[in-house]
Design a binder for this molecule. Sequence first.
Ligand code: CP
Length: 300
Amino acid sequence: MLDNFIKISDLTQGEITSLINDARDFKHFSKQPSVENKTVCLMFFENSTRTKISFEMATQNLGIRVINFDNATSSINKGESLKETAENLYFIGIDALIIRTSDENLIENLLKQTSYPIKLINAGSGKTSHPSQALLDYFTMREKLGDVAGKKIAIVGDIEHSRVAKSNIALLNKFGANVFICAPEFFKPNVVPEGTIYTPDLKEAISNADVVMGLRIQRERIKETYSEKTYVDNYRLNSELLEMYAPDAILMHPGPVNRDVEITSELLDSPKGKTILEQAKNGVFARMAILNQLLGEERI
Ligand code: CP
């Protein structure tokens, strides 16, 4: 039973496996929800389509009530702290907060501050953590490849600003994948994550890869100047490159895609591009598994 869902490094291999097994069972209608009379609140301080709507879909599939927190009209705008907000919401009857924030420490700080057992779910924080995305990505890889141990996973693009990359690396390392990260110098992370191989050479990164995962250029987080044209000229994924260097690779991307920047339209709209939509679909089942495990026990 999970207490909270904040970052991949909090989870054991066994807990991740249990979650993706539940996601698989929900997808194939062979598991019944075990949550009753629960209410969650979606607290999104940053934009989202996939994560927000799929958490909402997941709650509704499980029979959980869902309430949207409207930051613009909330008392946070009158100076109330998030701790007080969360504690008041708990007493109003909210069992879990699903939070997206640009602040990578906000959710862990809230966990330390709050005196009441409201559950916290990270729906993407800063540039470091997006655990439900990593879970749905792993679920998708498991469906396509079976075990990821020893498989070559090439993650290409804006690694430095990507919480998706960081959470995927943390998860894939736990399961013995060979993770290559590929970026130009201006998107190379300040610290190359342990257990990954960095190369600026796209062909080397994707050569014979089992998975090629593109990343969105996180324009809203980039303060330095960089050349998008240089990126497109050297790192944009297209069908010809994949056919030549990684003909059997699965193409993944967390979305939203900057079309014709990270991936060409012709590749995105080809059969290879369909896995990206399957990732979005699998997000619902992965999030059902998270909510079901987090809220499956009686409220204290
Ligand atoms: N992948 C992802 O987090 O997408 P959204 O920003 O649309 O939620």
